[in-house]
Design a binder for this molecule. Structure first.
Ligand code: PLP
Length: 424
């Protein structure tokens, strides 16, 4: 792709963009003094304008039906999550029976580890990435403690090499091999939240299985951002939130994936609740948990319908576009952002921007993480004053993520102009 850092080029790209009409389907924040450039779809995706209608259907049914809405609402609430399953399965590359939309992300991480982290004397180690998202670190640490283990002994963190920012695949594979006798679980973020690095999920999953470990992925920054094939890659389990790239409301409902192989294993321990019980027998209220033969058997509770309605609105947009077209635009848009940042960095002596996200398109999604040498938080504050909504992560990184569903090339151009002015 040949880029030019000009308004004409950006506008031409926008005109030719097959997804251009989707921008109008979202609300852009209005709190900034200057026109907004929203680049934080990796933290909270924007609100689709259709969400209100989807939620209103449920509010109307609630007022009309009361409890009977579980059976007689337009979308009967007792089965509401089923409306979402096929669409979510397409986004992450799964069979519908491998998907459940339920709870929140960290909760699901614990529920899945309750089933898939069953340490014994020989096999008890967990491999994760160093500087994982804090919630994941706490979850792993507490899981180790729950089993009476010392987290410092049980958890192996894979770090980037001295002087490097991202983790090498060969280092991951070496550490798996070194720990092959003791390894119980590999649990890594599919996309690292800080650097934006995408891990080779297929290869790592395969390597984990070869030494007899279970392999799970936290896909918070991957769902709706990457094209994935969780089923074909033979991943054991995964979970993600829906409020980042999936635009499905703050704290919105999470998704989980459990491989078909495990779904059908009724012996596998699940922390159980009534919504995971055999659907046909659920309302008989009988003793004795009989798990559904789908990932729904990890569901504990009846579903939060309003949050799911927001999710449903957004999933319909994803379904219309498909991940292939979305990822095509993502690569062009993020590539343009990379080009603009490099150009500014190369033509200004008083600043140097280091993009720590991989340059290789196959190793990143929408996000670029930038170290601003010699600048930092003060630069970030200047950008914010000019209407850029990006995010600052301690100790020294600005994360920007143009979301291909609603951001456009002109956003990237405007970002570049504001960045140029800010470093003068
Ligand atoms: C966003 C994010 C979370 C947040 O967890 P919640 O349970 O949804 O609050 C956890 N892990 C990762 C990797 C994340 O990116």
């Amino acid at each position: 792709m040949n880029y030019t850092n000009s308004l004409e080029f950006a506008q031409k790209m926008d005109q030719e963009d097959p997804l251009k009409s989707f921008r109008e389907k979202f609300y852009f924040p209005t709190f900034t003094k200057k026109p907004v450039v929203y680049f934080t779809g990796n933290s909270l995706g924007l609100q689709p304008k259709s969400v209100k209608d989807y939620i209103n259907v449920e509010l109307e049914d609630w007022s009309k039906w009361g409890v009977e809405g579980h059976f007689y609402a337009n979308n009967p609430w007792k089965d509401y999550h089923e409306i979402l399953t096929d669409k979510v399965a397409k986004i992450v590359g799964a069979l519908p029976k491998e998907i459940a939309v339920t709870h929140s992300l960290t909760t699901n991480l614990h529920l899945l580890m309750a089933s898939f982290y069953q340490p014994n004397k020989e096999r008890y180690k967990i491999i994760c990435e160093a500087k994982a998202f804090p919630s994941d670190q706490y979850a792993l640490e507490s899981q180790a403690k729950l089993h009476g283990l010392n987290p410092d002994d049980a958890i192996i963190e894979i770090a980037a090499r001295e002087g490097e920012h991202t983790i090498r695949l060969e280092d991951v594979l070496d550490i798996i091999e070194e720990n092959k006798e003791n390894l119980a679980l590999i649990m890594i973020g599919g996309v690292n939240y800080y650097t934006g690095q995408v891990f080779d999920m297929k290869t790592i999953t395969e390597a984990g299985h070869k030494v007899g470990a279970i392999v799970g992925w936290d896909l918070a920054h991957a769902a709706g951002n990457l094209q994935m094939e969780l089923h074909d890659w033979d991943v054991d389990f995964a979970t993600w939130c829906s409020y980042k790239y999936l635009n499905s409301s703050p704290g919105g409902v999470s998704g989980l994936f459990v491989n078909e192989r495990h779904v059908e294993n009724t012996e596998l321990i699940r922390l159980a609740g009534w919504w995971g019980h055999d659907k046909e027998k659920r309302f008989l209220m009988e003793k004795g948990f009989r798990p559904m033969k789908t990932a729904e058997s990890w569901q504990l509770s009846n579903a939060p319908i309003l949050g799911m309605a927001a999710h449903s609105a957004s999933l319909d947009l994803f379904d219309e576009i498909g991940m292939t077209a979305l990822c095509e635009k993502r690569d062009k848009l993020t590539g343009f952002l990379e080009y603009v940042i490099d150009e500014i960095s190369n033509t200004n002596e008083n600043v140097s921007f280091e993009i720590i996200t991989p340059r290789d398109k196959s190793k990143r999604g929408a996000q670029l993480s930038i170290l601003a040498h010699g600048q930092g938080k003060s630069l970030f504050d200047k950008l914010s004053e000019e209407g850029i909504v990006a995010d600052w992560r301690e100790p020294n990184v600005i994360r920007i993520a143009p979301a291909p569903m609603y951001n456009n090339f002109e956003d990237v151009f405007r970002f570049g102009e504001i960045l140029k002015a800010a470093i003068q």
